[in-house]
Design a binder for this molecule. Structure first.
Ligand code: SAM
Length: 195
């Protein structure tokens, strides 16, 4: 079975462009078959982005599971900050590279299984984690963030209520101070601060 995170080089490309505006700043995202939410910005990602940008105005950012680059690219442009975007899906990272260029932001994209290729520490980590990759992978991404955050670093994530938002967040409480920031159409947006 092909999930959106599977590397399937035989999957035919059908490029499309998704237009998006944050307040009055326009963005265009090239998307394709075989990537998450290929036809429109995911509502959970949008809720996460808005919550993040209402609170954070600066800092070096890591976007984990970047897809075609929506979160990291908008954050990089709006906060004028450096962003690293990673995804295990090569097609997604290739799209992110093209979207970094076309949207003219100070960002970089890498193919990486979770934090495998990530060096250094970040002030902020943001993720709409790959629930379909399974709970173990989601926990690897969410718990592993603490190793890549500076002291006082903050992790922002979104999970649907019916996809285990509360039980996953409970597990995170051993590692982080966890706060539910927003509930929007069944999407729960959380902030996790390193203890
Ligand atoms: C829910 S999507 C979010 C995509 C994008 N951030 C957005 O908001 O549109 C989760 C992403 O995680 C990626 N992913 C799945 N398994 C991964 C892994 N082991 N390491 C890194 N990324 C992974 C998927 O390919 C997918 O792009």
């Amino acid at each position: 079975m092909n999930h959106y995170f599977t590397n399937n080089e035989n999957l035919k490309s059908e490029f499309r462009t998704i237009n998006f505006s944050y307040k009055s700043t326009p963005f265009a995202f090239l998307s394709d078959n075989g990537v998450f939410s290929k036809n429109e910005i995911d509502y959970g990602s949008l809720a996460l982005l808005n919550t993040f940008l209402d609170r954070e105005k600066e800092g070096k950012v890591l976007d984990v599971g970047c897809g075609y680059g929506f979160l990291g690219i908008v954050i990089s442009k709006i906060n004028n900050c450096e962003v690293l975007m990673i995804d295990v899906n090569k097609r997604a990272v290739h799209l992110t590279d093209m979207n970094i260029d076309s949207n003219k932001v100070n960002a970089k994209a890498l193919v990486s299984d979770a934090y495998e290729k990530v060096e250094g520490k970040y002030d902020l980590i943001i993720t709409n984690p790959p629930i379909r990759a399974g709970k173990n992978k989601v926990l690897e991404i969410l718990l592993g963030a603490s190793e890549h955050l500076v002291d006082n670093g903050r992790l922002y994530y979104v999970i649907r209520k019916d996809q285990g938002a509360k039980s996953i967040s409970k597990i995170l409480e051993e590692t982080y101070e966890v706060e539910l920031l927003k509930k929007d159409k069944g999407f729960y947006v959380y902030l996790a601060q390193k203890r």
